[in-house]
Design a protein around this ligand. Structure first.
Ligand SMILES: [Zn+2]
Length: 422
């Protein structure tokens, strides 16, 4: 006989598989879930009964079946659990509330903080946004599982499911932020905390419900003020032992020892972000046309609009950026052989919509012929919501794995502190 711990673990895993199957198929029957998971009908029946008793699943109707009696149609009960996701982004912070079907219930933005703000200012802005949302949604507040944070930089030392522990640290070298993520606890009073890098959060969301959901191998690219990447290999987001894998924005595209190479906000020279990040593109444009707008997202919009409309100086800047992004993506295509390259972020979406063929040409000219023909180029399909949704999916995934609202946070915390990779 297997030992009890193993039996318990197996049961938990099967339960998570059944739950995820209902999440993926929306409304389905016990037989559908058995077919999708490969579990036996009796096993599925037992687990479904448990999940109904737990209030996670509800009967939503009847499915007609050929021959026999109609089968019960089941689905996740949306108001059984709720999740908060925070995007500490470049144009402010956004906090969003999602239900168990990951439908957005509420949203709160604070635009007065930017990438130039301090970590404390960002934490305070998130705190006020969270208070507003919780105040407006008292019923959801009682069923909150936890809160996920998407942060700019490397989130090192998180536990399973990216749970935040005392040793979890944010290293955002380009913002000058070096902070224990647990300091955000005040912003989410009483909630379990989870945290991940913003580009990885976007990739998590796009893998679940967006442009990468049909693929096991994907590059999810975030182009905006910063340049980020989520590399998905065989269905898993690549993090590396210390969570820094995918720091693509600091790939050197010019000699870092050459004083002529562009200076990056990380302190080094020659980084991709120092050429194709929003601030860099706007700065280059002003060098060509001094009357161009100075900075900020409006300046980037203006640049992209003018480039599309055929303005020579704007098009020169944008086409140079597309050439660099395309070349570096071509290198990544050779390295990772993706099935899809997803472009997201405000600049990424515009590159896809306005310059798709040109970008594809540059990617292909930098990659080998075969891998260059083996991927699709796609736009991120979840738009601006993707990052907050990806953050909320951190507690969502913990819930799917068995965590319930209101469970003892102390027991959870010690588990979160267990080392992840050694
Ligand atoms: Zn850099």
């Amino acid at each position: 006989m297997p030992d009890p711990a193993t039996t318990q673990e197996l049961r938990q895993q099967n339960r998570a598989r059944v739950l995820r199957s209902f999440a993926a198929m929306d409304r389905s029957s016990r037989a559908d879930v058995a077919a999708a998971t490969g579990l036996s009908i009796p096993t599925v029946n037992v687990l479904v009964s448990e999940l109904i008793a737990d209030g996670v699943l509800i009967e939503t109707g009847q499915l007609s079946s050929s021959g026999g009696r109609p089968a019960a149609q089941l689905g996740l009960r949306p108001d059984r659990a709720f999740f908060l996701g925070a995007d500490a982004g470049e144009r402010g912070v956004t906090v969003e509330l999602f239900d168990l079907r990951l439908a957005r219930v509420d949203r709160e933005r604070r635009e007065n903080v930017t990438r130039l703000s301090t970590f404390d200012e960002v934490a305070q802005a998130i705190s006020r946004a969270v208070e507003a949302i919780r105040g407006r949604n008292p019923a959801a507040d009682r069923r909150l599982v936890g809160m996920g944070f998407a942060l700019p930089g490397i989130v090192e030392g998180a536990g399973p499911n990216m749970a935040v522990g005392a040793k979890t640290t944010l290293h955002a070298q380009n913002l000058g932020w070096e902070a224990p993520v647990a300091e955000l606890a005040a912003a989410a009073s009483g909630l379990r905390l989870y945290a991940d890098n913003g580009a990885k959060a976007m990739a998590t969301a796009e893998m679940f419900a967006g442009a990468a959901s049909a693929y096991l191998d994907a590059l999810v690219v975030l182009l905006g003020g910063g340049v980020g990447l989520g590399m998905v290999v065989n269905g898993r987001l690549v993090r590396g032992p210390h969570a820094s894998a995918g720091e693509w924005g600091h790939t050197k595209v010019a000699d870092p020892a050459d004083p002529e190479s562009a200076l990056c906000s990380c302190g080094a020279r020659g980084c991709l972000e120092a050429y194709v990040g929003e601030a860099a593109m706007v700065r280059t444009w002003r060098g060509l046309r001094p009357e161009a707008p100075e900075a900020g997202w409006q300046a980037t919009e203006e640049l992209l609009d003018q480039a599309r409309a055929g303005d020579q100086s704007a098009a020169k800047v944008v086409r140079h950026a597309i050439r660099l992004v395309g070349r570096e993506l071509g290198n990544l295509v050779n390295l990772t052989n993706p099935q899809v390259v997803v472009l997201g972020g405000r600049v990424g979406l515009r590159f896809f919509r306005d310059w798709r063929d040109e970008l594809m040409g540059h990617i292909r000219s930098a990659s080998l012929v075969r891998p260059g023909q083996q991927f699709q180029l796609a736009e991120a399909s979840l738009g601006d919501d993707a990052i907050a949704l990806g953050a909320a999916m951190l507690p969502y995934n913990a819930f799917m794995d068995g965590l319930r609202p209101g469970e003892d946070a102390v027991g959870h915390r010690s588990a979160a502190l267990a080392p992840r990779n050694n």
